[in-house]
Structures are given as C-alpha cells and as structure tokens.
Design a protein around this ligand. Structure first.
Ligand SMILES: Nc1ncnc2c1ncn2[C@@H]1O[C@H](COP(=O)(O)OP(=O)(O)OP(=O)(O)O)[C@@H](O)[C@H]1O
Length: 285
C-alpha cells in the first residue's frame, strides 16, 4: 500500500508501514491523530493520505500554497466538512484515542470540544455580552453567566477594552477586537482544541501581533491548530508545522498532499524535503 508518514523528523515517504511510526516521545500520545486521511468533494480527491499528529497543548501550524487542502484538513478535525454536501473523509482521525467519525459520535458535541475561529471575524449581530454568552446558553452550561462571560473575555485579552460597553453591538468593534470577541465566544464553552483558519488574514499588523500573543497564552490551556498563509507567523507562533503542497496527477488533476511535518524550528531551518525548502525560501508558492 502506498502511504505517507509525517511524524516529526520524518519527511514524506511512500510505501512506508504506518504501524512502524510513533508519536514524538516528548509530547506523549497526540490529542488528535490523523492516519492516512483523504478528503473528497464528490468524486474530487482534494487532499490525499494525510498522516500527522496534533500534540496536546501545543500549536500546530499548517502552511502551503493556495488550494493544497489546509482548510479542508482543518475542517475535518471538528467535522465541519459534514456540513458540506458531497464531502467525504476516508482514513482515520482519532481524538483522545477515539474515532472522531464513529457512527455513535455526535458531531455537535465534537464541535463543542473542538471549536473554530474563521478567517473573517464573524460576530453575531448581538451585544458583546450576548455574543460570548451565546454558546454558554445554548449548551446550558451551569454557573454564573456574568462570571463566565468575563472569564472568556479576559481569556481572549479583550475584557479591559470592552468591560464598560458589554451591551454595545459586537459589530461595532474594530476588526482585531471582533476576532478576539470570536475567540472569546469560542473559549466560553471551554473547548479542548481551537482550530484557527487564517485568523489574522483580515487584520492589520498590530491586531495580528495581539492575536499572536494571545495564541501563546491560550496554548497554556488549549491545543491550537492554525492554518496560515504567513510563514513568518507559523515560525513565530507554532511548535509544529506541516507543509502541504498540491501535486498534479497524470490526468492533470491537482490533489493536496502533506509533504513534511516536523517541529517548527526544524522544518524552517533544516527541512528534509526539497519542496519544503523551495517553499520556505520563496522559490515557489
Ligand atoms: N466545498 C467545496 N466543494 C468543492 N471543492 C472544494 C470545496 N472546498 C474546497 N474545495 C477544493 O478543495 C481543494 C482544497 O481547498 P482548500 O480550501 O482546503 O485549500 P487551502 O489550502 O486551504 O487553500 P487556501 O490557502 O487558498 O485557503 C481546492 O481544490 C478547492 O477548490
């Protein structure tokens, strides 16, 4: 069987026995583990044979040129692709050792444990307070609502800026504040994992720096997976990085493919694969 293996320090390798691979010793078992994952939209295989771990309380970045399937893989991690008609996932994704796609797993519960922050800040047209309280209310999480909202806003480094205007619309905030509001809304329901799909691409450099600082703080409590177009950002914030590319098959169809997964420092300073090196040195992509 042709497969690819992407444990730290291991470049893409075809025809490798997956059973011989293991998670990095320093991080223990991965919180999320992707094993030979392919994703289809209808008959189109968008991403092929992705095998990589997501380490607990670390930041894992996914980088690569446009269309190589980073967002597609990210959306598999909390079953967001279930909402896309025709989308299909093969291979295995485990979360805390359990098959995320087993028939008895409730996708809504998965999305509560594995939250998502999108590229464009998308607060609800509600007050700042109600944006953060939303998930607490619909999930009927017990506790003092005011305290939980404050805690989430503090966790998202937004409390000091909004504590006197909690009734103001979330849409009246700046773009960077809106993104931190969305992060507060995500952490209000106390997930284990935060998925971030290019969370800074709509933000200016100052707002971006605030989100990057915040990510470091959040990583003390949460496992984070971030898709970013910005290689410097991946190098600054992440502990592990996976590099994807798009390969054209003999019928001329482009498929996303994981090329290399490693500790971020290693991937950026001594990549194992020429394609990674070409990308990070700006020779292509
Ligand atoms: N809902 C969808 N239906 C059909 N094809 C899709 C869908 N979403 C993505 N694709 C296709 O899957 C492939 C991977 O797309 P994806 O958005 O995951 O790539 P990406 O690496 O995140 O790209 P970008 O960096 O531009 O956001 C592309 O060919 C894209 O056109």
């Amino acid at each position: 069987m042709s497969n690819t293996t992407h444990r730290p320090g291991v470049q893409i390798a075809h025809d490798v026995d997956l059973a011989k691979t293991s998670a990095p010793a320093e991080t223990g078992p991965p919180l999320i583990d992707l094993n030979d994952v392919s994703v289809f939209y209808g008959s189109f295989e968008a991403v092929r044979n992705t095998t990589m771990p997501v380490a607990h309380n670390k930041i894992t970045a996914m980088i690569g040129p446009s269309g190589c399937g980073k967002s597609t893989i990210l959306r598999c991690l909390n079953r967001m692709n279930d909402l896309v008609p025709g989308a299909r996932v093969t291979g295995k994704i485990t979360y805390q050792g359990q098959d995320l796609y087993a028939s008895d797993v409730d996708a809504i519960q998965v999305r509560r444990r594995i939250g998502m922050v999108f590229q464009k800040p998308n607060p609800f047209p509600k007050s700042i307070f109600d944006n953060v309280a939303y998930g607490i209310r619909i999930n009927k999480i017990k506790g003092n609502l005011n305290d939980m909202v404050e805690q989430a806003l503090r966790g998202a480094a937004l409390w000091d800026e909004v504590k006197d205007k909690l009734k103001m619309s979330g849409l009246a905030l700046s773009g960077g504040q809106q993104q931190r509001l969305c992060i507060a809304r995500t952490i209000a329901v106390k997930p284990d994992v935060i998925l971030m799909d290019e969370p800074c691409s709509a933000l200016d450099p100052i707002a971006t720096a605030k989100i990057e600082d915040l990510m470091h703080e959040l990583a003390e409590q949460y496992t984070i997976v971030i898709v970013t177009h910005n290689m410097q950002q991946a190098a600054r914030v992440s502990d592990y990085t996976s590099f994807f590319t798009a390969e054209v098959d003999d019928k001329g169809v482009r498929h996303g493919r994981l090329v290399e997964f490693d500790a971020t420092n290693t991937l950026f300073t001594s990549p194992s694969d020429k394609r990674t090196e070409d990308y990070i040195t700006g020779r292509f992509g």
